[in-house]
Design a protein around this ligand. Structure first.
Ligand code: GLP
Length: 244
């Protein structure tokens, strides 16, 4: 694992973008793994700048979301499909036809599980993810793989931790509107990507980063899976690195 500590969130975004670009294949459209959350927004802006400068072309790229809420109606502004359309596709020029997001609208458990299995199959059919962009939750979660998630898990339906629902309540009108479940790529699915680039900034992530980078490889900190990957880059600013 390579750990890059930079002075500010802005320099972290720039370093993370370089790490993403360096992991993209030459001569074929990129396949990106896409994280939501505030952490990668600066990175996406840097990728947009690189595309504008002709250093990369996302016009035929594919993107695979890490996760999606269960139970939000299609088109809900807080669904991760809508968030990724606005925060990634519109920004870096990734076509909507190339955007893949787990289907959280299934009416039954069986429909949701079938959608989760189909999602892993779609990633395989696309040839796998070249670079998976990651944030990390304050409790160490990756995607929506909460502490305790199996290290070899595949895309599946999960219940959200109470703390994660509280963290994400700011995006909903009422706390009760925050979904209770999600579909998330599994940790095993994430590990299949050829390169992982995790970005974290701010003191609220310092404990999670310390556990992920220097703690044991353990399901109690899903972010620690990066230690297990042969091409993982962790980019943090000084405040997120404070406990390393
Ligand atoms: C969310 C997402 C994660 C994200 C994390 C951190 O719940 N499911 O993919 O990495 O929380 O979000 P933020 O970057 O806003 O702190």
């Amino acid at each position: 694992m390579e750990v890059i500590v930079t002075p500010t969130p802005e320099t972290a975004a720039s370093a993370a973008a370089q790490a993403v670009l360096a992991g993209l294949p030459a001569g074929k459209p990129p396949v990106l793994g896409l994280a939501t959350g505030s952490s990668p927004l600066g990175l996406y802006a840097e990728l947009a700048a690189a595309a504008a400068a002709g250093r990369v072309d996302f016009s035929a790229a594919k993107g695979f979301a890490l996760d999606e809420y269960v139970g939000l109606p299609a088109g809900h502004p807080q669904s991760y499909r809508q968030v990724l359309i606005h925060e990634v596709c519109d920004v870096i020029g990734l076509p909507l036809t190339g955007l893949n997001v787990p289907d959280g609208t299934g009416a039954t458990d069986a429909a949701l599980e079938a959608g989760a299995a189909a999602y892993d199959a779609a990633i395989r059919e696309a040839g796998g993810v070249d670079v998976q962009i990651l944030g990390i939750g304050a409790n160490g979660h990756v995607g929506f793989n909460e502490p305790g998630s199996s290290l070899s898990s595949r895309t599946r339906v999960k219940r959200l931790a109470a703390g994660t629902r509280r963290d994400n309540a700011r995006f909903f009108a009422d706390d009760a509107d925050v979904p209770t479940h999600c579909i998330t790529q599994g940790l095993g699915t994430v590990l299949d990507a050829r390169r992982l680039v995790l970005i974290a900034t701010g003191s609220a992530k310092a404990a999670a980063i310390a556990a992920a980078v220097e703690g044991p490889l353990s399901a109690s900190c899903p972010g620690s899976i990066l230690q297990w990957h042969s091409d993982a880059v962790v980019v943090v600013d000084e405040t997120a690195a404070a406990r390393l």
